[in-house]
Design a protein around this ligand. Structure first.
Ligand SMILES: Cc1cc2nc3c(=O)[nH]c(=O)nc-3n(C[C@H](O)[C@H](O)[C@H](O)COP(=O)(O)O)c2cc1C
Ligand SMILES: [Fe+2]
Ligand SMILES: [Fe+2]
Length: 405
């Protein structure tokens, strides 16, 4: 049965949910599934805004055929050429041989790279700011390069004020009935997954997200239709503010992420000792993670959320424990910056973890070490208590300082 929904007169959501997929991009856990959105505008020219992942094409075509009621699709607007939104293009052409593909020069190169079917006679190329009138509705195209991929653009429908936003403003998590963000307790239901989606998938491209915001300033956006997750029709400013903050790499909250690695439990013990001391000093918002257990996407998401980051890891083969090295490299690639940090290293004969962590943090922008690196030789000794507490107290004082944030 179709599950399509009308979002404005003659504009419909025709997406679907995948609650089976374990890993998005074969990398990111999806405990709550994921939703792929596509939108259909039925006008003089029937226009489809993006398609969906191959996993849900059966649902998608059912939605589509129900609404088309025998008509054909005239235009497919391709805001983003990533396969989770384009898997169905070839079949769509088979269904609707007269369909025109609307995209930019980069979109079409991507199609040629991914697929072998003949597209040359079907292209409708648009440039930045171009419009496409499809009847009562007119789409304006705004390029958003690297707001995930280089070919990305967003489409603004001028009569309704709907922004078809590609991956921008998307979230992980399948829909639980509601199509609109305001049908959920968004903070409880979606916000953490929205942050994990943004920071891990688009996090590197904060500057490009900021550029898109600049291009859109002055545009009266009444509804945001992303390619993943719920549609925004109320309190749009709330979510724009979140995206603005994340893309400026500014923390949302004062608080501490303590991420540790440990083989025998000694570094874990130090992490717990620091966490306990921070709590005693009045720090309330804290997350302690064993990096070998928790998927890095969750730790990265919280590192974007909070103001402070404490890293603790053992030395491994004259270097840094691999999991911690990889976590820090991921943070660097995602351009995380401007956090206040502290480091705890461990080693039994030639501790090197702390210097490696310091180096990796040093390669990231505006990372401030607020206490000297603390070194454990195998296990924490009572004689080190004062020094460890001094590190914790420096972190606590910085978190509790009203001037931060
Ligand atoms: C495979 C392996 C390689 C290690 N390499 C080093 C090393 O190069 N230098 C060093 O000082 N300690 C090295 N260690 C020792 C650990 O870093 C050390 O025992 C540390 O205290 C472990 O902390 P944990 O109890 O939190 O696991 C190594 C341990 C293992 C298992
Ligand atoms: Fe994407
Ligand atoms: Fe996507």
């Amino acid at each position: 049965m179709h599950i399509s929904r009308e979002i404005a007169p003659q504009i419909f959501w025709v997406g679907g949910n995948d609650r089976r997929l374990a890993l998005f991009e074969n990398m990111f856990p999806l405990p709550n599934g994921v939703c792929y959105n596509s939108y259909l505008i039925i006008d003089d020219k029937v226009t489809l805004m993006d398609t969906v992942d191959s996993a849900i094409t059966r649902q998608f075509i059912e939605n589509l055929l129900h609404l088309l009621n025998g008509r054909a699709v005239d235009y497919l607007v391709i805001n983003h050429m990533e396969p989770d939104h384009c898997a169905y293009i070839e079949d769509l052409i088979r269904h609707f041989p007269g369909i025109k593909l609307v995209g930019n020069a980069k979109t079409f190169n991507m199609i040629r790279q991914f697929y072998d079917f003949d597209i040359e006679t079907r292209l409708h190329e648009v440039k930045e700011g171009d419009t496409l009138c499809i009847g009562r509705h007119t789409l304006r195209f705004i390029f958003a390069p690297m707001v995930h991929w280089p070919e990305v653009m967003v489409s603004y429908e001028q009569s309704t004020g709907i922004l078809f936003a590609a991956d921008a403003f998307g979230t992980f998590g399948a829909l639980s009935g509601g199509l609109y963000a305001d049908e959920y307790d968004f903070e409880g239901h979606f916000l953490d997954e929205a942050r994990r989606y943004y920071t891990n998938i688009v996090g590197r491209y904060g500057a490009q997200v900021q550029l898109l915001f600049k291009k859109l300033s002055g545009t009266d956006i009444k509804m945001i239709c992303p390619l993943h997750g719920p549609v925004w029709r109320k309190d749009i400013g709330y979510f724009i503010e979140k995206y603005d903050r994340w893309s400026r790499y500014e923390p949302e909250k004062k608080g501490v992420v303590i991420a540790y690695a440990s083989m025998y439990g000694n570094t874990a013990n130090a992490a717990d000792a620091v966490a306990g001391r921070l709590a005693e000093k009045g720090v309330q918002d804290m997350r302690v993670y064993d990096i070998s257990k928790t998927h890095p996407s969750y730790i990265i998401s919280d590192a974007f959320k909070y103001s402070h980051l404490v890293l603790a890891a053992p030395t491994y083969n004259a270097g840094l424990y691999f999991g911690m090295e990889s976590l820090l490299r991921e943070m660097a690639v995602l351009n995380l910056r401007g956090r206040k940090t502290a480091i705890i290293g461990n080693g039994s004969w030639a501790p090197a973890a702390h210097t490696e962590m310091e180096k990796l943090l040093g390669g990231m922008k505006q990372m401030e070490l607020i206490a000297p690196p603390f070194v454990i030789k195998s296990t924490l000794k009572p004689s080190q208590t004062d020094e460890l507490y001094a590190l914790a107290d420096a972190v606590a004082a910085s978190v509790l300082d009203q001037a931060v944030l």
